[in-house]
Design a protein around this ligand. Structure first.
Ligand SMILES: *Cc1c(COP(=O)(O)O)cnc(C)c1O
Length: 346
């Protein structure tokens, strides 16, 4: 069997929830979109259910997986995609977002017992009602008998403490929602740590739960993406390695090959990035292949076929790699492909 895996450390996952609980007194929503940022819904719910008051997902498929595990509220973050889906919302007893006028049609009587999250656009300018339409939309809903509401919005730059848009969004949210006594929800991970005033009733941390950042606040990495060396060869000075001959040896070098490539969700990279073998740092070389990555061992003959190479791990987390190749930890996690087995450590 091919030894390529994503290890997922469930105690670190649980630890991260405890860190979040230390940073807020609000209810915590477990954000499970993209099948728990790629870590799978079943295993994640088993660990976090005791810590969260509700969940959120992107699709009905995901919602059903959560519903099989938990009776807590489950929010469809983009609401329904067509009005027929309100049948599923009723069947699985889901919370749903309303972000646009068209979703207000066909809101039948029965749905008024479901919790409805009304989205205010405070400056991300993606989904949600603008401030001047928000109050009248609430009135329309109240007249129809919908009284189980949560007022929500979403930050554009919450990771960037001090970015001027954050206070602008927070102030607009406060101003527009102040007169209503409904529950309110605004904060994602960045805002949990950087903007305590934005916590309101329910915070919605995602990436921090999955260990994709905020290590300075005590968050621990949760994943180790690794593969065993399947071959080591001697490459002569002046010889190139890999497609497009994108790396050339400047001296005779040992080169290890692992069976992990962009088809496993590792990014297509041309430059050398750090990887780890038994806690020692080496660098990848050449372009990522579909099923392989090459690693420069230099003259280190202590490394053997069968040794694990870690692309990121519990000590050197994924956002170190993310930053060096202009991506984000969210993408590295959610890109890991389904052919990679996931192994869960207690
Ligand atoms: C994904 C998402 C979150 C979680 O964001 P993180 O930055 O991962 O903490 C919160 N709210 C909404 C609406 C989201 O889509």
């Amino acid at each position: 069997m091919r030894d390529t895996e994503l290890q997922i450390n469930l105690s670190n996952l649980s630890h991260n929830l405890n860190i979040l609980k230390k940073n807020t007194t609000s209810e915590i929503q477990g954000v499970l979109k993209a099948f728990s940022y790629g870590l799978e819904i079943n295993e994640v719910v088993d660990v976090i259910d005791e810590h969260v008051s509700c969940y959120s997902v992107m699709s009905i498929d995901e919602a059903i997986l959560v519903r099989n595990k938990s009776s807590k509220p489950i929010l469809l973050l983009q609401g329904v995609y067509d009005l027929d889906e309100y049948k599923e919302v009723l069947k699985y007893d889901l919370d749903f977002v309303i972000h646009s006028d068209w979703q207000l049609k066909n809101l039948e009587e029965g749905l008024k017992y479901n919790r409805l999250w009304l989205k205010l656009n405070t400056g991300l300018n993606r989904l949600g009602f603008n401030a001047d339409k928000f109050e009248s939309t609430i009135k329309v809903l109240e007249e129809k008998g919908f009284k189980n509401l949560v007022l929500m919005s979403h930050f554009a730059c919450a990771d960037d403490k001090g970015h001027p848009l954050n206070n602008k969004q927070l102030q607009l949210f406060e101003k527009v929602t102040k007169k209503f006594s409904y529950k309110k929800s605004l904060a994602n991970s960045g805002a949990v740590f950087n903007y305590p005033k934005s916590h309101y009733d329910i915070v919605r941390p995602g990436i921090s739960v999955y260990g994709g950042g905020f290590y300075e606040h005590g968050i621990k990495p949760v994943t180790n993406f690794r593969s065993k060396i399947i071959s080591i060869r001697n490459v002569k000075k002046g010889d190139s390695v890999g497609y497009e001959a994108s790396w050339t040896a400047d001296k005779d070098s040992l080169v290890a090959v692992i069976s992990l490539g962009y088809a496993d969700g590792y990014p297509l990279i041309y430059k050398d990035v750090p990887v780890f073998i038994d806690d020692k740092q080496f660098h990848t070389i050449g372009r990522t292949s579909m099923d392989m990555v090459c690693v420069n061992l230099g003259d280190d003959s202590s490394v053997k076929v069968g040794d694990w190479v870690e692309m990121w791990n519990f000590k050197t987390p994924l956002n170190t790699l993310a930053k060096s190749i202009n991506t984000i930890s969210y993408q590295l996690l959610t890109n890991i492909s389904r052919r990679v087995p996931k192994n869960y450590l207690e």
